[in-house]
Design a protein around this ligand. Structure first.
Ligand SMILES: [Zn+2]
Length: 158
C-alpha cells in the first residue's frame, strides 16, 4: 500500500486504542494486514525517476492528511504520528535492500521481509481505487473516534 494508506491505518489504530504500548505494536502489525489487501503498485525501478516522483507525491499526501488531522484538533497527535510511522516502517526494508542492490534477491531478505514480500499478492494500478476508499474510511474512523473522545471528556467533566 501507499505510505499515506499505511500511516492513516496506524493513526486510526492510535485513535481507537489510545494506549501506546498496545497501539504502536498493533500499528506495526497493521502493515502486513494492509499489504495483503489488493493495493496500488506500478512496478517502479529502484532509484528511477518514477520512484522519486511517487515518493514525493505519496509523502506530500501523507503530510496533507497529517496537517488536516492537526487542523481538526485530533487528540494525542504525537501518538497518531508515532503509530503512523510504525505502520509504514516495514517499507523501510525496501529502501535498505534497494540501496544494497538486493531488492530482487529474495534469498537475501530477513525473515520479516520475506513474509512482507510474499503477502503482496495483488499490486496493480487499479488498486488506487481501493486505496482511495481505504483512506476515506480511515479518516472517517479517526474523526469519529475523536468526536467520541470529546464526548467522553465532556461527560467526565460534568
Ligand atoms: Zn509494505
Amino acid at each position: 500500500m501507499t505510505t499515506t494508506s499505511h500511516a492513516l491505518a496506524g493513526a486510526m489504530i492510535a485513535s481507537l486504542v489510545k494506549r501506546p504500548y498496545l497501539a504502536i505494536p498493533l500499528a506495526f502489525l497493521s502493515h502486513f494486514v494492509c499489504d495483503a489487501i489488493p493495493h496500488f503498485g506500478i512496478g517502479m525501478a529502484f532509484g528511477g525517476p518514477t520512484m522519486f516522483a511517487w515518493l514525493l507525491i505519496d509523502g506530500f499526501l501523507a503530510c496533507v492528511f497529517a496537517i488536516f488531522l492537526l487542523k481538526k484538533k485530533v487528540q494525542n497527535p504525537v501518538l497518531l504520528a508515532i503509530c503512523g510511522f510504525a505502520a509504514m516502517s516495514p517499507d523501510l526494508a525496501w529502501l535498505y535492500y534497494g540501496l544494497k542492490g538486493n531488492l530482487n534477491n529474495f534469498s537475501a531478505f530477513d525473515p520479516i521481509t520475506k513474509f512482507h514480500s510474499t503477502i503482496q499478492w495483488f499490486e496493480h494500478p487499479v488498486g488506487i481505487l481501493l486505496e482511495v476508499v481505504w483512506i476515506a474510511v480511515m479518516v472517517t474512523i479517526i474523526l469519529k473516534a475523536n468526536h467520541e473522545n470529546y464526548k467522553d471528556t465532556a461527560t467526565s467533566k460534568a
